[in-house]
Design a protein around this ligand. Structure first.
Ligand SMILES: Cc1cc2nc3c(=O)[nH]c(=O)nc-3n(C[C@H](O)[C@H](O)[C@H](O)COP(=O)(O)OP(=O)(O)OC[C@H]3O[C@@H](n4cnc5c(N)ncnc54)[C@H](O)[C@@H]3O)c2cc1C
Length: 410
C-alpha cells in the first residue's frame, strides 16, 4: 500500500509524527477512542526500526525484574511486569482482531554464553516463578540446551513459552491497514520540519501545516534534531541482521529444534529465529556511527558462524541494518513536554511489544487517564552525560568496553 504526501492545511485532534509501531499503534488506539488522527511519516510507513527488526516479542520489560526491583522498588517493578505482560497480549490481540498475517509463533530460548551465567538464569527463573507467578518460564540444563540447538558455545538456558516471534514488517503493515480501516489519515514522504505550541500545536512539513490539539512524537532512533528537549535522553545506535538462503527442514530443525526465537546473554546480544520459509534470520553486531558497515552480510555472518560453524557454506541472501534508540538504563523513556505534547521512545531493543503498548498508553493519557502512562513515565531516565553534542564519546567507550568483555568471556 502506498500513502499520499500531505499537502495544504489540515486540522486534526491528534497529530502523530512517525509511522512505526509506536505511531501506528497510537493511531489505532486513538481512533478507537474517537479522536481524529493525522499521522506523518518522513519515509514509508514502517521504514524505520519497525520494518527492520528481529521480530522477537519478549516477555516483561527490557531490563530483568530483579534489576528493576533495585531500580524502582518492588511495587513499581510489579506494575511494570504487568504492563510488560499486557504489551505481549496487546500484540497478539491486534494480530487477532485485525487478522494480521505475520507468522506469529511461540517461545524464546535465551542461552548462557558463559558457564558462570547458568546459576543466574536458574535463579532468575525461580525469581519469576516465586514473585511474579510466571510459571511459563523454566531453566534448561546445558545437556537439554544441546538437544534444542546445534549452536556452539552455550551452557544453560531460559525457556519462556509466553514470548513470541513474528515477521515485523508484515506486522507493521498490518497495523497500518488496521489504522486506515479505522479512519486514521496516514501520510508518507511527509517529513515534519518543525512544530510550535500555542493554543493548539502547529506542525509543519515542506508542503503542509497540521493544526492539532495534541502531538505525539513517535520517531524513536530517527528523532534527530526535531525535539532537542528529549533527544539527550536517548542515543541512536545501529543494529544489523542477515537472512540465509532457505534451509532444508532437517538443518532448520537442528539449528532451532522447536522453532522458538533464540538469543544469548552477550552485552551486544545475538538473536535469531527461522522465517516461514526456513531462512535463518540472524541479528548480531552494532555500531555507533552515522554509517552502516560497507558489507553488512560479512559483518553479521562472523557472529552467526561463531554459533553455527556448520553454516560456513550457506549462502547469505540479505543483509540490512536499522537504527534504534537506547537509554542510559535501557528502560524506555515515556513522557510529556506539555499538556499537549507526548512522546515514547528508547525501547532499547525491546520495542516490538513495548512500542505497541506505548501506542495504547499514549491513547490513554491523551484521553485523560494518565495512571498507566505514568507508571512508564515515572521510570527514572537520566540524560546521557554531555547531552546531544557530547554523549557519543562516552557511549562508544562504554559500549566498546562491554563488547570487549563479551569477547574475553566466551
Ligand atoms: C536491527 C534491529 C533489530 C531489532 N530487533 C528487535 C527485536 O527482535 N525485538 C524487539 O522488541 N525490538 C527489536 N528492535 C527494536 C524495535 O525495532 C524498535 O524498538 C521499534 O521498532 C521502535 O518502533 P518506533 O515506532 O518507536 O520507531 P521506528 O519504527 O524507528 O519508527 C520511527 C519513524 O519515525 C519517522 N520519523 C522520524 N523523524 C520524522 C519526522 N521529522 N517526520 C516524520 N517522520 C519521522 C521515521 O522515518 C521512522 O519511520 C530492533 C531494532 C533494530 C534496528
Amino acid at each position: 500500500m502506498v500513502f499520499p504526501t500531505l499537502q495544504g492545511d489540515h486540522n486534526t485532534d491528534v497529530c502523530i509524527i512517525g509511522g512505526g509501531f509506536t505511531g501506528l499503534s497510537a493511531a489505532i488506539h486513538l481512533r478507537e477512542r474517537g479522536y481524529s488522527v493525522t499521522l506523518l511519516e518522513a519515509n514509508r510507513l514502517a521504514w524505520g526500526a519497525s520494518g527492520r527488526n528481529g521480530g522477537h516479542v519478549g516477555v516483561g520489560q527490557r531490563v530483568d525484574q530483579d534489576r528493576l526491583e533495585t531500580m524502582v522498588g518492588m511495587e513499581h517493578a510489579k506494575q511494570l511486569w504487568e504492563i510488560g505482560l499486557e504489551a505481549n497480549d496487546t500484540v497478539v490481540g491486534l494480530i487477532e482482531r485485525f487478522n494480521i498475517d505475520c507468522e506469529l509463533k511461540q517461545g524464546n530460548l535465551h542461552v548462557a554464553s558463559k558457564a558462570g551465567e547458568n546459576d543466574e538464569l536458574r535463579e532468575y527463573a525461580e525469581h519469576l516463578q516465586r514473585h511474579y507467578n510466571h510459571t511459563e518460564v523454566s531453566y534448561v540444563e546445558p545437556a537439554e540446551v544441546a538437544q534444542m540447538t546445534s549452536g556452539q558455545g552455550f551452557h544453560g538456558g531460559l525457556l519462556d513459552n509466553i514470548s513470541k516471534h513474528l515477521h515485523p514488517l508484515k506486522y507493521a503493515q498490518g497495523l497500518a491497514k488496521a489504522a486506515l480501516s479505522l479512519g486514521a489519515q496516514l501520510y508518507e514522504h511527509s517529513r515534519v520540519l518543525s512544530y510550535s505550541e500555542g493554543g493548539n500545536v502547529t506542525v509543519n512539513t515542506a508542503d503542509s501545516t497540521v493544526t492539532a490539539r495534541y502531538l505525539v512524537l513517535a520517531c524513536n532512533g530517527y528523532l534527530e534534531k526535531l525535539e532537542p528537549r528529549t533527544a539527550g535522553r536517548i542515543m541512536p545506535i545501529n543494529n544489523f541482521m542477515i537472512a540465509t538462503e532457505p534451509l532444508p527442514e532437517v538443518l532448520a530443525r537442528r539449528l532451532i529444534r522447536d522453532d522458538t526465537s533464540m538469543s544469548d546473554t552477550l552485552f551486544v546480544i545475538n538473536y535469531w529465529k527461522l522465517s516461514a520459509d526456513n531462512r535463518l534470520l540472524f541479528g548480531g553486531g552494532e555500531n555507533y556511527t552515522r554509517r552502516f558497515p560497507n558489507d553488512i552480510k560479512a559483518f553479521v555472518r562472523k557472529y552467526m558462524l561463531q554459533i553455527y560453524p556448520e553454516l560456513t557454506d550457506t549462502r547469505i541472501d540479505y543483509g540490512w541494518g536499522g537504527t534504534l534508540a537506547v537509554t542510559m538504563n535501557r528502560m524506555p523513556d515515556f513522557g510529556r513536554l506539555s499538556a499537549q505534547v507526548f512522546y515514547a521512545h528508547g525501547y532499547s531493543g525491546h520495542g516490538v511489544p513495548t512500542a505497541t503498548m506505548a501506542g495504547k498508553l499514549l491513547a490513554e493519557v491523551i484521553s485523560g487517564s494518565a495512571e498507566r502512562f505514568d507508571i512508564m513515565a515515572n521510570i527514572p531516565i537520566r540524560p546521557f552525560p554531555g547531552g546531544t553534542l557530547l554523549r557519543w564519546p562516552g557511549l562508544v567507550a562504554g559500549m566498546l568496553f562491554y563488547s570487549l568483555r563479551d569477547r574475553m568471556g566466551r
